[in-house]
Write a protein that binds this ligand. Structure first.
Ligand code: NAD
Ligand code: GLY
Length: 362
């Protein structure tokens, strides 16, 4: 039995939009035409994803003026140089103010295409069609768009909400296992920061989730998107509560940076970071040792690493202090008051953080 698609509406006034989650959505011509009812279209994708899923989208958009821009694959290409390629194609395809960009791919394609849409003609419509689990549950929702600068990730960017998000679960069938597990880290994150009942459900359904059972996947992606939509609706520009989405990310960014992007996937670094954040919470006396073990077990069962690379305490500190969440010299961390209840705080004893880094990263 095929479950009907889920529709989640993100409540952002005139910038609000639908998130469609379901099987075979890229092949649903009526839906694809409806989310981009007028104007010329540029599909931005990469070579890997295009060879697998571009045909379905193109067929659905038959009868429209559609051009395609294929980017090289990889985080290394999330640059201004690649962005310029997109602008060249937008110009060649004569995409003007009423044109639409479709971003077909993972978070890298989504972030570049989204930023191109934010800036072309001072902002045109973008439809996100995410094809990795991470992009379906996180990066395609919420309007953060960016490219990297030599000095750091995502330094050049804009908030630009998409017109719609189309999460076609069938695209996940071709995703490599490692990338799939990396996406599960972000799914588990929602349970840890704000929904213990979802966490229990993930614990119970992990075997089916790992088999990519569509019914379970639809529930996992939909519930994750609903969490992200609720948080973004409260705090679109990350003035407060949206920072909770960075649970595990301050440690994780330091790890990614130290071991080299591509060596450790973002979701893998976040998984290790969530364990370190949980251990910090435990040392503060907020959660118990059994809770930390529970978190480690679930992440391991999802195929994720849980032990930090020994990058050294000084290096870890340095890299964590580069984080955007540093205020008045103190690293603000997302920590757990309990499982399912996270806080953003700089109100902790630095010696506690040092002890965790010493034990896990020295
Ligand atoms: P990615 O876009 O690099 O995709 C991972 C790999 O999977 C790539 O090689 C890609 O070509 C391939 N791929 C994509 N879909 C596939 C499919 N269906 N079948 C087979 N292969 C497929 O990585 P990602 O994890 O999706 O995204 C990471 C990026 O997202 C980072 O640049 C990160 O900064 C960004 N991000 C942005 C936000 C945001 O809010 N904007 C949030 C989290 C992460
Ligand atoms: N991925 C974090 C955010 O969108 O805020």
């Amino acid at each position: 039995m095929i479950t009907a698609p889920t529709l989640i509406q993100i409540q952002l006034g005139e910038h609000g939009y639908p998130i469609h989650v379901g099987r075979g959505l890229l092949r649903e011509s009526a839906l694809m035409q409806a989310v981009a009812p007028k104007g010329r279209i540029l599909i931005v994708s990469n070579e890997t994803v295009a060879s697998l899923h571009l045909g379905a989208l193109q067929a659905s958009l038959a009868g429209r003026e559609v051009a395609v821009c294929l980017l090289p694959d990889g985080e290394a290409y999330k640059t201004l140089t690649t962005l310029e390629q997109v602008y060249d194609q937008l110009a060649t395809a004569r995409i003007n103010r009423d044109g639409v960009i479709f971003a077909l791919g993972g978070g890298v394609v989504g972030d570049i295409a989204g930023f191109a849409a934010a800036t072309w003609h001072r902002g045109i419509d973008c439809v996100q069609a995410p094809t990795t689990l991470l992009s379906q549950v996180d990066s395609s929702v919420g309007g953060k768009t960016a490219v990297n600068h030599a000095q750091g990730k995502n330094l050049i960017g804009a908030f630009h909400q998409p017109k719609a998000v189309i999460a076609d679960l069938e695209t996940l069938a071709t995703l490599p296992d490692r990338e799939y597990s990396a996406g599960l880290a972000e799914v588990i994150k929602y349970g840890l920061i704000r929904d213990v009942e979802f966490l229990v459900w993930l614990e119970n359904t992990m075997p089916r989730l790992l088999k990519r059972d569509y019914a379970v996947l639809q529930e996992a992606v939909s519930r994750s998107c609903a969490h992200k939509a609720a948080i973004v609706a409260l705090d679109e520009r990350e003035a407060g509560v949206r920072a909770l989405l960075n649970f595990g990310h301050t440690f994780g960014h330091a790890i990614e940076n130290a071991v080299g992007y591509g060596q450790c996937l973002h979701g893998e670094a976040v998984a290790i970071g969530m364990v370190l954040a949980a251990e910090t919470s435990e040392r503060l006396g907020w959660i118990d040792a059994a809770s930390v073990t529970r978190i480690r077990n679930l992440l391991s069962r999802a195929g994720l690493p849980v032990n930090a690379p020994r990058i050294g305490v000084t290096r870890a500190r340095e890299l964590m202090e580069l984080d955007k969440k540093v205020q008045a010299g103190k690293v603000r961390l997302v920590l757990l008051k309990q499982i399912g209840d996270a806080v953003v705080t700089a109100d902790y004893d630095n010696k506690v953080l040092d002890a965790v880094l010493e034990e896990r990263m020295a």
